[in-house]
Design a protein around this ligand. Structure first.
Ligand code: FPP
Length: 256
Protein backbone atom coordinates (compact mmCIF):
# COMPACT_ATOMS: atom_id res chain seq x y z
CA UNK A 1 0.00 0.00 0.00
CA UNK A 2 1.27 3.49 -0.84
CA UNK A 3 2.09 5.60 2.22
CA UNK A 4 -0.27 8.52 2.78
CA UNK A 5 0.92 11.69 1.09
CA UNK A 6 2.65 13.88 3.68
CA UNK A 7 0.70 16.97 4.62
CA UNK A 8 2.24 20.30 3.62
CA UNK A 9 3.96 20.73 6.99
CA UNK A 10 5.43 17.29 7.42
CA UNK A 11 8.52 17.34 5.26
CA UNK A 12 9.64 20.89 4.60
CA UNK A 13 9.78 21.98 8.22
CA UNK A 14 11.63 19.00 9.65
CA UNK A 15 15.12 20.27 8.95
CA UNK A 16 14.35 23.95 9.43
CA UNK A 17 13.03 24.07 12.97
CA UNK A 18 13.78 27.60 14.15
CA UNK A 19 11.48 30.13 15.74
CA UNK A 20 7.77 29.51 15.21
CA UNK A 21 6.27 31.20 12.17
CA UNK A 22 2.67 30.61 13.18
CA UNK A 23 1.43 30.77 16.77
CA UNK A 24 -2.14 30.24 17.95
CA UNK A 25 -3.48 31.07 21.39
CA UNK A 26 -6.52 29.97 23.40
CA UNK A 27 -6.83 33.09 25.55
CA UNK A 28 -8.36 31.58 28.68
CA UNK A 29 -8.69 32.92 32.21
CA UNK A 30 -10.26 36.36 31.85
CA UNK A 31 -13.19 35.45 34.08
CA UNK A 32 -11.03 34.06 36.90
CA UNK A 33 -8.70 37.06 36.66
CA UNK A 34 -11.69 39.38 37.16
CA UNK A 35 -13.18 37.23 39.95
CA UNK A 36 -9.92 37.41 41.89
CA UNK A 37 -10.35 41.20 41.82
CA UNK A 38 -14.08 41.06 42.73
CA UNK A 39 -14.96 42.54 39.37
CA UNK A 40 -17.39 41.43 36.64
CA UNK A 41 -16.20 39.04 33.95
CA UNK A 42 -16.35 41.86 31.38
CA UNK A 43 -13.55 43.58 33.34
CA UNK A 44 -11.41 40.51 32.69
CA UNK A 45 -12.21 40.60 28.98
CA UNK A 46 -11.19 44.29 28.83
CA UNK A 47 -7.90 43.42 30.52
CA UNK A 48 -7.58 40.56 28.02
CA UNK A 49 -7.74 43.07 25.20
CA UNK A 50 -4.62 44.78 26.58
CA UNK A 51 -2.85 41.43 26.62
CA UNK A 52 -3.79 40.96 22.95
CA UNK A 53 -2.09 44.24 22.16
CA UNK A 54 1.07 43.28 24.08
CA UNK A 55 1.26 39.91 22.33
CA UNK A 56 0.73 41.38 18.85
CA UNK A 57 3.59 43.84 19.52
CA UNK A 58 5.77 40.99 20.79
CA UNK A 59 5.02 38.89 17.69
CA UNK A 60 6.13 41.79 15.50
CA UNK A 61 9.41 41.92 17.42
CA UNK A 62 9.89 38.13 17.42
CA UNK A 63 9.42 37.90 13.64
CA UNK A 64 6.33 35.70 13.87
CA UNK A 65 4.43 35.65 10.56
CA UNK A 66 0.98 34.61 11.74
CA UNK A 67 -0.84 34.83 15.07
CA UNK A 68 -4.25 33.18 15.45
CA UNK A 69 -6.31 34.13 18.51
CA UNK A 70 -9.39 32.31 19.79
CA UNK A 71 -11.58 35.27 20.75
CA UNK A 72 -15.09 33.75 20.60
CA UNK A 73 -15.98 30.13 20.07
CA UNK A 74 -19.14 28.81 18.43
CA UNK A 75 -20.11 27.66 21.93
CA UNK A 76 -19.56 31.05 23.61
CA UNK A 77 -23.03 32.18 22.46
CA UNK A 78 -24.27 29.99 25.35
CA UNK A 79 -22.76 32.39 27.93
CA UNK A 80 -25.04 34.82 29.81
CA UNK A 81 -26.53 37.46 27.49
CA UNK A 82 -24.80 40.38 29.20
CA UNK A 83 -21.38 38.72 28.88
CA UNK A 84 -21.93 38.03 25.16
CA UNK A 85 -23.07 41.64 24.74
CA UNK A 86 -19.99 42.93 26.60
CA UNK A 87 -17.72 40.85 24.38
CA UNK A 88 -19.40 42.17 21.21
CA UNK A 89 -18.99 45.76 22.45
CA UNK A 90 -15.36 45.03 23.22
CA UNK A 91 -14.77 43.76 19.67
CA UNK A 92 -16.40 46.88 18.22
CA UNK A 93 -14.31 49.18 20.47
CA UNK A 94 -11.13 47.26 19.67
CA UNK A 95 -11.81 47.52 15.94
CA UNK A 96 -12.54 51.25 16.17
CA UNK A 97 -9.43 51.97 18.24
CA UNK A 98 -6.76 49.57 16.99
CA UNK A 99 -7.15 49.06 13.25
CA UNK A 100 -5.33 52.21 12.11
CA UNK A 101 -2.29 51.38 14.25
CA UNK A 102 -2.30 47.77 13.13
CA UNK A 103 -2.41 48.91 9.50
CA UNK A 104 0.45 51.37 10.08
CA UNK A 105 2.56 48.55 11.57
CA UNK A 106 2.16 46.21 8.64
CA UNK A 107 -0.39 43.91 10.29
CA UNK A 108 -2.99 42.16 8.18
CA UNK A 109 -6.13 41.47 10.19
CA UNK A 110 -8.46 38.60 9.35
CA UNK A 111 -11.53 37.27 11.09
CA UNK A 112 -12.08 33.56 10.72
CA UNK A 113 -15.28 31.74 11.61
CA UNK A 114 -18.96 32.00 10.71
CA UNK A 115 -19.08 35.78 10.49
CA UNK A 116 -22.66 35.91 9.21
CA UNK A 117 -23.93 35.24 12.74
CA UNK A 118 -22.78 38.65 14.00
CA UNK A 119 -25.00 41.69 13.80
CA UNK A 120 -24.73 43.67 10.60
CA UNK A 121 -22.81 46.59 12.15
CA UNK A 122 -20.10 44.41 13.67
CA UNK A 123 -19.89 42.26 10.54
CA UNK A 124 -19.40 45.42 8.43
CA UNK A 125 -16.65 46.67 10.74
CA UNK A 126 -14.88 43.29 10.60
CA UNK A 127 -15.02 43.31 6.80
CA UNK A 128 -13.79 46.92 6.64
CA UNK A 129 -10.84 46.06 8.93
CA UNK A 130 -9.94 43.08 6.73
CA UNK A 131 -10.20 45.16 3.57
CA UNK A 132 -8.17 48.06 4.90
CA UNK A 133 -5.27 45.85 6.05
CA UNK A 134 -5.40 43.37 3.16
CA UNK A 135 -2.21 44.68 1.55
CA UNK A 136 -0.09 44.17 4.68
CA UNK A 137 2.19 41.18 5.07
CA UNK A 138 4.52 41.73 8.05
CA UNK A 139 2.27 39.84 10.48
CA UNK A 140 -1.14 38.29 9.86
CA UNK A 141 -3.37 38.34 12.91
CA UNK A 142 -6.33 35.98 12.62
CA UNK A 143 -9.08 36.53 15.13
CA UNK A 144 -11.20 33.40 15.40
CA UNK A 145 -14.77 34.43 16.19
CA UNK A 146 -17.80 32.15 16.16
CA UNK A 147 -15.19 29.60 15.23
CA UNK A 148 -15.05 25.88 15.90
CA UNK A 149 -12.52 23.37 14.60
CA UNK A 150 -15.26 20.92 13.62
CA UNK A 151 -17.05 23.71 11.73
CA UNK A 152 -13.82 24.48 9.89
CA UNK A 153 -13.32 20.85 8.79
CA UNK A 154 -16.99 20.61 7.82
CA UNK A 155 -16.91 23.75 5.66
CA UNK A 156 -13.75 22.53 3.90
CA UNK A 157 -15.48 19.19 3.15
CA UNK A 158 -18.47 21.12 1.82
CA UNK A 159 -16.14 23.07 -0.53
CA UNK A 160 -14.74 19.74 -1.76
CA UNK A 161 -18.24 18.32 -2.32
CA UNK A 162 -19.24 21.44 -4.24
CA UNK A 163 -16.13 21.19 -6.44
CA UNK A 164 -17.03 17.55 -7.18
CA UNK A 165 -20.65 18.50 -7.93
CA UNK A 166 -19.41 21.16 -10.39
CA UNK A 167 -17.30 18.52 -12.10
CA UNK A 168 -14.01 20.30 -11.24
CA UNK A 169 -12.66 17.47 -9.08
CA UNK A 170 -13.05 13.70 -8.87
CA UNK A 171 -13.75 12.27 -5.37
CA UNK A 172 -10.49 10.31 -5.46
CA UNK A 173 -8.60 13.59 -6.01
CA UNK A 174 -9.67 14.89 -2.58
CA UNK A 175 -6.51 14.69 -0.48
CA UNK A 176 -5.03 16.35 2.60
CA UNK A 177 -3.35 19.14 0.68
CA UNK A 178 -6.58 20.12 -1.11
CA UNK A 179 -8.64 20.03 2.09
CA UNK A 180 -5.94 22.01 3.87
CA UNK A 181 -6.22 24.77 1.27
CA UNK A 182 -9.96 25.05 2.01
CA UNK A 183 -9.44 25.32 5.78
CA UNK A 184 -9.72 28.76 7.33
CA UNK A 185 -5.95 29.26 7.63
CA UNK A 186 -5.04 27.38 4.45
CA UNK A 187 -2.89 30.08 2.89
CA UNK A 188 -0.69 30.58 5.97
CA UNK A 189 2.43 28.83 7.25
CA UNK A 190 1.44 25.65 9.11
CA UNK A 191 0.66 26.07 12.79
CA UNK A 192 3.87 25.62 14.79
CA UNK A 193 2.93 26.43 18.36
CA UNK A 194 -0.45 26.34 20.09
CA UNK A 195 -0.54 28.06 23.47
CA UNK A 196 -3.36 27.80 26.00
CA UNK A 197 -3.38 30.07 29.03
CA UNK A 198 -5.48 29.63 32.15
CA UNK A 199 -4.44 26.15 33.22
CA UNK A 200 -6.93 23.95 31.32
CA UNK A 201 -5.45 21.08 29.32
CA UNK A 202 -7.72 20.85 26.29
CA UNK A 203 -8.17 22.24 22.78
CA UNK A 204 -11.83 23.25 23.18
CA UNK A 205 -12.60 22.70 19.49
CA UNK A 206 -9.90 25.16 18.32
CA UNK A 207 -7.90 24.48 15.12
CA UNK A 208 -8.42 20.70 15.31
CA UNK A 209 -7.08 20.08 11.80
CA UNK A 210 -4.27 22.63 11.98
CA UNK A 211 -3.00 21.40 15.36
CA UNK A 212 -2.11 17.94 13.99
CA UNK A 213 1.65 18.63 14.21
CA UNK A 214 1.70 21.79 16.30
CA UNK A 215 3.66 21.87 19.53
CA UNK A 216 1.31 22.38 22.48
CA UNK A 217 2.19 24.72 25.34
CA UNK A 218 -0.02 25.04 28.40
CA UNK A 219 0.49 27.63 31.11
CA UNK A 220 -1.39 28.43 34.32
CA UNK A 221 -0.94 32.16 33.64
CA UNK A 222 -4.36 33.77 33.20
CA UNK A 223 -4.72 35.54 29.86
CA UNK A 224 -4.76 39.15 31.17
CA UNK A 225 -1.37 38.45 32.82
CA UNK A 226 0.17 36.98 29.66
CA UNK A 227 2.73 39.40 28.23
CA UNK A 228 5.78 39.62 25.96
CA UNK A 229 7.97 37.79 28.50
CA UNK A 230 5.44 34.92 28.71
CA UNK A 231 5.35 34.67 24.93
CA UNK A 232 9.13 34.66 24.79
CA UNK A 233 9.24 31.84 27.36
CA UNK A 234 6.81 29.78 25.25
CA UNK A 235 8.93 30.38 22.14
CA UNK A 236 12.11 29.43 24.02
CA UNK A 237 10.52 26.15 25.07
CA UNK A 238 9.24 25.54 21.53
CA UNK A 239 12.72 25.99 20.08
CA UNK A 240 14.02 23.26 22.42
CA UNK A 241 11.39 20.76 21.30
CA UNK A 242 12.27 18.08 18.80
CA UNK A 243 9.67 17.97 16.03
CA UNK A 244 9.86 14.51 14.58
CA UNK A 245 6.68 14.22 12.50
CA UNK A 246 6.64 10.48 13.10
CA UNK A 247 10.36 9.94 12.35
CA UNK A 248 13.15 8.99 14.75
CA UNK A 249 15.65 11.38 16.32
CA UNK A 250 18.44 9.81 14.24
CA UNK A 251 16.59 10.59 11.05
CA UNK A 252 16.48 14.24 12.06
CA UNK A 253 20.26 14.58 12.40
CA UNK A 254 21.50 17.43 10.21
CA UNK A 255 22.18 16.51 6.61
CA UNK A 256 25.91 16.18 5.80
C1 FPP B 1 -11.84 33.07 27.80
O1 FPP B 1 -11.72 33.37 29.16
C2 FPP B 1 -11.89 34.29 27.00
C3 FPP B 1 -12.87 34.62 26.12
C4 FPP B 1 -14.05 33.77 25.85
C5 FPP B 1 -12.85 35.89 25.40
C6 FPP B 1 -11.52 36.28 24.80
C7 FPP B 1 -11.60 37.71 24.49
C8 FPP B 1 -10.61 38.60 24.71
C9 FPP B 1 -9.28 38.25 25.24
C10 FPP B 1 -10.94 40.01 24.45
C11 FPP B 1 -10.10 40.71 23.47
C12 FPP B 1 -10.03 40.11 22.14
C13 FPP B 1 -9.83 40.81 21.01
C14 FPP B 1 -9.43 40.08 19.79
C15 FPP B 1 -9.99 42.27 20.95
P1 FPP B 1 -12.89 32.95 30.14
O2 FPP B 1 -13.91 34.03 30.15
O3 FPP B 1 -13.43 31.61 29.76
O4 FPP B 1 -12.14 32.87 31.52
P2 FPP B 1 -12.41 31.85 32.71
O5 FPP B 1 -12.04 30.48 32.21
O6 FPP B 1 -11.48 32.33 33.78
O7 FPP B 1 -13.86 31.97 33.10
Amino acid sequence: MMPAAPSRDATDTVRQHGAPLHIAIVMDGNGRWARARHRPRSFGHSAGRKAVRAVVEACLREGVQALTLFAFSSENWLRPRDEVGALMNLFVRALDKEVDELRANGVRLRFVGELGAFDAGLHRRMQAAMDSTAQNSRLQVNVAVNYGGRWDITQACRCAAQAVARGELRPEEIDEARLDAWMSLGALPPLDLLIRTGGELRLSNFLLWQAAYAELYFTDTLWPDFDAACLHQAIEEYVQRERRYGRTSEQLAPLP
